[in-house]
Write a protein that binds this ligand. Structure first.
Ligand SMILES: CC(C)(COP(=O)(O)OP(=O)(O)OC[C@H]1O[C@@H](n2cnc3c(N)ncnc32)[C@H](O)[C@@H]1OP(=O)(O)O)[C@@H](O)C(=O)NCCC(=O)NCCS
Length: 182
């Protein structure tokens, strides 16, 4: 499995460049603007509530990287257009959360950010990925079905709990590898 450097650039499917790197404290203002700039629907899908004025606590949690948390920002120029974070549990589980600003959705960025965190989780020995999603979140369900066709989804207190194995995550080239090997 390829482990990408923590900072790298990609082109999303409309050809625009995005730089992906680990979040840091200096990103607090940019991440606040990113959250506040999301549509109310996207905020609710990500945070289960509207967040027109994200609190200092919420934003700081999104840029905190320590032994239990990882966080990535995707930047177009100086603007944060995507964010993903992971939280490592005690028994090989890692919880992921991801968001892409509305104008950049559907361009492959969310999938890329999740794959980056899954690579890091694999390198750290995590085995199980968990995501809590809003029950009406069609985008995230579609994204998960492509990344993990075998993912388990169950409804718990109105939200959708997605569970998948780190090792089963689909990466570009997996299909070709399967065909070549068959
Ligand atoms: C869910 C989310 C992170 C996905 O990121 P994204 O960059 O938009 O998704 P991608 O472009 O990587 O698309 C992955 C798949 O999702 C599906 N998808 C993406 N946008 C979609 C849309 N507007 N409607 C329906 N399906 C969509 C497609 O199946 C897509 O595969 P395709 O590229 O082959 O068509 C993003 O839509 C988002 O931030 N939504 C609001 C916050 C949120 O829901 N976060 C998840 C919390 S768990």
């Amino acid at each position: 499995m390829l482990i990408r450097a923590s900072s790298h650039s990609i082109f999303v499917t409309n050809g625009r460049p995005v730089r992906v790197r680990r979040a840091c404290w200096e990103d607090v203002g940019k991440v606040r603007d990113f959250v506040a700039g999301m549509s109310m629907r996207s905020q609710v899908m990500r945070f289960f509530t509207a967040l027109p004025n994200p609190s200092e606590r919420t934003v700081r949690a999104m840029v905190t990287v320590d032994e239990r948390r990882d966080a990535l920002v995707a930047l177009h120029g100086r603007e944060v257009v995507g964010h993903a974070m992971s939280f490592y549990g005690p028994s090989g589980d890692v919880e992921l959360a991801v968001a892409v600003t509305d104008a950049w959705q559907g361009l492959g960025l969310g999938t890329h950010l999740v794959r980056c965190l899954v690579r890091k989780a694999a390198a750290r020995g995590a085995t199980t990925v968990v995501m809590d999603a809003h029950g009406e979140n069609r985008q995230v369900i579609a994204m998960i079905r492509k990344l993990w066709p075998e993912a388990r989804m169950r409804v718990d207190s109105g939200s959708l709990v997605i569970t998948a194995q780190v090792r089963d995550c689909r990466f570009p080239g997996d299909e070709e590898a399967e065909v070549a090997g068959s």
